[in-house]
Ligand binder design. Structure first.
Ligand code: G3H
Length: 255
């Protein structure tokens, strides 16, 4: 529309798409750092992007975070007539309940009349626990669904903010700081060059799995997340779609 053209949003979308080699970029006006309802707009834009990409039967893997929670809030019963199953992308118990992927998937299913599955696994597991979880039939079942997801929705966080929110132990915290991590997604921490410098060991989706996922929709806004978004998009394989806001987009284009 005309407002988007005047404010240069269309042009910014085209530039970011080209620079980051993405299939699609959607920028909503405003900056979610300073204007809380901009996050709702990110949610709405994500819902539109999801809708466009639905097929007959869909498995949508979703991560945690406040942005994903905002996406869930914007979904409505008229979302789709198609078959949709929401699954948490990874184990994530440890975060605040309302920001956990399990809660968000349940909410998404409730809002749209779709189905969902849960993955009751902590976001950080020891090697022994990891191996015994992997033998659990109920968990294996969900893991199979996750690996056949045709769509992945996820947030991107500032590395230190996320490490603190996850109550990361001192040893890992030092590792993240020393390695100059700036971005986080799926429990992976990235430096400015987009290299993975730390990874939270949990079951479920791994970064390399994204290479075979048809649609990977990253949703992250706020000028404070620009560095994080850039670092994540520099890592390969990256998202196919970025939903962001003007605040983050302006900063992204400065770098
Ligand atoms: O897992 C968390 C995301 O990477 C970012 O979370 O949407 O609350 O900023 P957020």
């Amino acid at each position: 529309d005309i407002m988007r053209e005047i404010s240069g949003i269309n042009e910014m979308e085209a530039q970011i798409k080209k620079r980051m080699q993405l299939q699609d970029v959607v920028i909503v006006p405003g900056n979610s750092d300073s204007t809380p309802w901009v996050k709702e707009e990110l949610g709405r834009a994500c819902a539109v992007s999801m809708k466009k990409r639905l097929i007959g039967k869909n498995i949508i893997a979703v991560t945690g975070g406040t942005t994903m929670a905002a996406v869930a809030e914007t979904l409505t019963p008229d979302f789709t007539q198609k078959e949709v199953l929401f699954v948490p992308a990874r184990g994530g118990i440890g975060e605040d309940v309302k920001n956990q992927a399990n809660t968000i998937c349940a909410k998404m299913a409730e809002q749209t009349g779709a189905k969902h599955r849960v993955l009751y696994v902590p976001d950080e597991v020891s090697k022994e626990v990891y191996q015994s979880f992997m033998r659990e039939p109920a968990i294996k079942d969900v893991l199979n669904l996750i690996s056949s997801a045709n769509m992945v929705l996820h947030g991107i966080g500032d590395a230190i903010t996320m490490a603190e929110r996850r109550k990361t132990n001192q040893e890992n915290m030092n590792k993240i700081i020393e390695a100059k991590a700036v971005g986080e997604a799926f429990g992976y921490y990235f430096n400015e060059e987009g290299e993975v410098v730390h990874k939270v060991k949990t079951i479920g989706l791994q970064l390399k799995d994204l290479a075979k996922t048809e649609h990977v929709i990253a949703v992250a806004g706020g000028a404070s997340k620009a560095k994080a978004i850039r670092s994540y998009l520099r890592s390969a394989p990256h998202a196919s779609v970025l939903i962001t806001d003007e605040g983050a987009a302006r900063e992204l284009l400065k770098g």
